[in-house]
Design a protein around this ligand. Sequence first.
Ligand SMILES: NC(=O)c1ccc[n+]([C@@H]2O[C@H](COP(=O)([O-])OP(=O)(O)OC[C@H]3O[C@@H](n4cnc5c(N)ncnc54)[C@H](O)[C@@H]3O)[C@@H](O)[C@H]2O)c1
Length: 272
Amino acid sequence: MTGAAGGLGLGLAAGLSDRGARVVIADIDTEALGEAESQLRAAGAEVLAVPTDVTKSDSVAALADRAFERFGRVDVVCLNAGVSVRGRSWELTVEDWRWVYDVNVFGVVHGVRSFVPRLLEQGAGHVLITASNSSVTTLPSVAAYISSKHAVLSLAETLRQDLLAAGSQVGVSAVLPGAIRSRMADAFRRRPAEYGAYRVDPEVVDRSKAFLAQHGMDPRVMADGILQQALDDHVFCIFTDSGDSAMLEARTEALSAGRLASVDMLVNKEVK
Ligand SMILES: NC(=O)c1ccc[n+]([C@@H]2O[C@H](COP(=O)([O-])OP(=O)(O)OC[C@H]3O[C@@H](n4cnc5c(N)ncnc54)[C@H](O)[C@@H]3O)[C@@H](O)[C@H]2O)c1
């Protein structure tokens, strides 16, 4: 489970533990990871915490090694870590784009490369990839995040197609959450120095935090619904908010007609 120190990742870890799984939690935020480990253990989970930077292929490979060494097999791989930056497309720095793509896209790529060959050897397993409801729409001021999440959804689709073509039983689900009550609005706090400084607008951050606190779904509740759909009902594309699939239809209809999809229906919907 990557990005497991809080938010949806921690919710998924707790949900899997309640289903009887032993869980491996991974995150770049070592302090929050330690707190998550204690919280899960106090609730009765068997848990291994592995500090991990998903932007680094060797760090994710080491995570896979630790998980297989400790538990012998891995049944569910959750590639969930994600970050966002705000700003107009032309104002985001190269480092802003790189950070978002390194975490959101390459984090998934490294996870697929490190875990899927071993799931194929096992002959079973499920890969749960956290995309976003913004994987099927577009909005201004979040170009790096939204375009990265479009890439994440298509990565999940092509992974599933590759596995089916290889005759594998390994499953894949793409999760397209709506707003989550999480700390995503201040993701910049965990931005490594190699990506340079981020010009934070405290007002925008406060607005985003307030939006998630007020409208975000409880991550644990969301996680239970996701796990049921992915593991029990074998749903490939999991929306968490009813009505989000309408955004996909609206965009497809607009693009098919040669128009830019209108954001009118989304003006009150903040995308993280
Ligand atoms: N918050 C929302 O409203 C929302 C909506 C749609 C999709 N999502 C997606 O859900 C996922 C979980 O987000 P969340 O809302 O729980 O936010 P969150 O900030 O609570 O969780 C993201 C976690 O990823 C970790 N992380 C960041 N960089 C990392 C790295 N390099 N290596 C390892 N871990 C790293 C963070 O430390 C954090 O614990 C993300 O992929 C996000 O894009 C969130």
